[in-house]
Design a protein around this ligand. Structure first.
Ligand SMILES: [Zn+2]
Length: 210
């Protein structure tokens, strides 16, 4: 699948799963110095490969008639300082709830380790600005995902599939936390408990053949 076809595929899935509504949210996938990004003002389930712009890592338009997403500077800033090959940004409900009420998402489930443990909430700045790009970049340091204050969430991966799965996991973790608050006080896993999970994952059980 070409980079642009991947954007169409995962754009459709993001809408189907309710991770974005209207023209919100944007995706990008990188190959070398080129980045295919979703266009500005088009719903993610209405994309066609031809309308998805391709920019270079310095932000110059290489191909496509449509304007790149307004969050393209944030995507490029993240590519500059991480090993990400793909980025997914959504305004998903539970992620946005956490991003409007908290400064970080504490690890209440061990799967949070797949995103780097505690998920930071990047400080608020106007969408599309270099300030927001810098805040997101800082919040992502050492992580696979971050939340953006009063805005949404962002996830990165070695492929668009990986970044998309990180987005789904982030939303699931936020939903568990928010729903947990409705029932009682969610218990946060200790560093010791999280270290034990990492050790356990590194030493899976073996099942010898009889
Ligand atoms: Zn946004």
């Amino acid at each position: 699948m070409s980079l642009r076809e991947q954007l169409c595929e995962y754009g459709r899935r993001a809408v189907e799963l309710g991770l974005v509504i209207g023209t919100s949210g944007n995706l990008s996938v990188r190959q070398g110095d080129l980045v295919a990004v979703t266009p500005s003002g088009v719903a993610l389930d209405r994309l066609t490969p031809e309308i998805c712009p391709i920019v270079d890592v310095t932000g110059h338009l290489v191909e496509g008639d449509a304007q790149p997403s307004s969050e393209t500077p944030m995507h490029l800033a993240v590519y500059e300082t991480t090993d990400a090959q793909a980025i997914v940004h959504t305004h998903s409900v539970f992620g946005t709830v956490v991003a409007t009420t908290m400064t970080e998402l504490p690890p209440v489930h061990y799967n949070a380790l797949l995103l780097g443990g505690v998920v930071r909430v990047a400080e608020y700045a106007t969408y599309g600005t270099p300030e927001l790009a810098a805040n997101v970049r800082a919040a992502l340091e050492g992580k696979r995902a971050a939340l953006m204050a009063n805005h949404g969430g962002v996830s990165i991966g070695a492929s668009l599939e990986e970044a998309f799965e990180a987005t789904r996991l982030l939303e699931w973790l936020c939903e568990v936390y928010v729903r947990g608050l409705g029932v009682g006080r969610p218990t946060v896993l200790t560093d010791e408990q999280l270290t034990a999970v990492i050790e356990r994952a590194a030493n899976p059980p073996t099942f010898p053949r009889r």
